[in-house]
Design a protein around this ligand. Structure first.
Ligand code: ADP
Ligand code: X2W
Length: 294
């Protein structure tokens, strides 16, 4: 038995009460591009997801791939920019984003899970009408004129409607769905959507028991830099207002709020760099990151 399998066994040894709680429940796991790291990290993640499936949980994986898109853009010599944490996406950029997310990244994640003994199928939000999207409209206040202006990020979208039937079919057949965050408009236009947002929308539409957001920080850190194990929606909103929750953490906590307000029992931000982060979060009493509840 490998060290990794022994670690999994050790976590499962005390997990009986938690196994009952999550039996046949849906757990949506957002696997961020930063958490993916080297091939061995992806394989270890795949083994944890396969184990969840094998012990009776129904995992659904939504992956990102920001750093992987950046690497491909570098190879192609294409420059990219972000506004409010979102990639400005023109037609050329959209081609690269879809190619990378729905291509190698999606297949690498699905194949890591399948190699570990479960069956995983990779799809994008365009398959089976999963994510009907619309162009994202955001406004910002011009700091000089104080006039409210519309932000144009090109083909960046937001989910308008999630049709979970394709996911339910796969889950019903004991297949782990692996979703790339690309959606399609009513007119057939493809949209690039932030993976956190897609994970929240899918967790809400499926009535998931838990949403786990795997990233490369320990969770939400307070003003003193200490990890906060549990927060209410009101406390999160106060943290954003006060400014100590900022940058890339904002879409993450906003996604968690969105999900818990739609009935997801708990949304957690977890450090995906920690070996077996998913198992530790679900199957140990203390959890590993920041739990956000209604
Ligand atoms: N209060 C906070 N606690 C933890 N991280 C925070 C906080 N405020 C801002 N951040 C930033 O948010 C980042 C996580 O978001 P991001 O890099 O977009 O993750 P991912 O690539 O996994 O989607 C952290 O690396 C950190 O720099
Ligand atoms: C609109 C937008 O910004 N889309 C993201 C989609 C991938 C993503 O969200 O990846 P991570 O979770 O690894 O950050 C992008 O183009 O990078």
């Amino acid at each position: 038995m490998t060290d990794d399998a022994l670690d999994q066994m050790a976590i499962l040894a005390g997990a009986l009460p938690f196994l009952k709680r999550y039996d046949d429940q849906i757990v949506v796991v957002k696997y961020g591009g930063h958490a993916m790291g080297e091939e061995e990290t992806a394989l270890r993640f795949g083994r944890d997801i396969a184990l969840l499936e094998q012990v009776g949980v129904n995992p659904v994986v939504v992956h990102g791939g920001g750093p992987q898109i950046n690497a491909m853009l570098k190879r192609l010599g294409v420059k990219s920019s972000f506004v409010q944490g979102l990639r400005v996406t023109d037609e050329e950029m959209l081609d690269v984003v879809e190619m990378v997310l729905a291509g190698p990244v999606n297949k690498q994640v699905a194949s890591a899970i399948t190699r570990a003994g479960a069956i995983a199928v990779g799809i994008s939000g365009k398959d089976g009408g999963l994510i009907q999207a619309r162009k994202l409209t955001r406004t910002y206040r011009d700091p000089d004129s104080h006039i409210e202006r519309v932000l144009d990020l090109g083909f960046v979208g937001e989910p308008e409607r999630v049709d979970p039937r394709v996911l339910q079919l796969l889950i019903g057949a004991d297949i782990v769905p692996v979703v790339a965050p690309v959606g399609v408009g009513a007119d057939g236009q493809t949209y690039n959507i932030n993976a956190d947002t897609v994970a929240g929308a899918i967790a809400g539409a499926l009535g998931a028991e838990r949403l786990l957001m795997l990233t490369d920080v320990r969770g939400v850190l307070g003003p003193d830099g200490q990890l906060i194990p549990e927060m209410t929606v009101a406390e999160v909103k106060a943290g954003i207002e006060a400014g100590w929750i900022s940058a890339g953490m904002i879409p993450k906590v906003e996604t968690c709020i969105y999900a818990v307000e739609r009935g997801v029992k708990g949304a957690v931000i977890v450090d995906g760099r920690v070996p077996h982060a998913v198992l530790l979060e679900l199957f140990t009493g203390t959890g590993a990151g920041t739990l956000i509840r209604a």
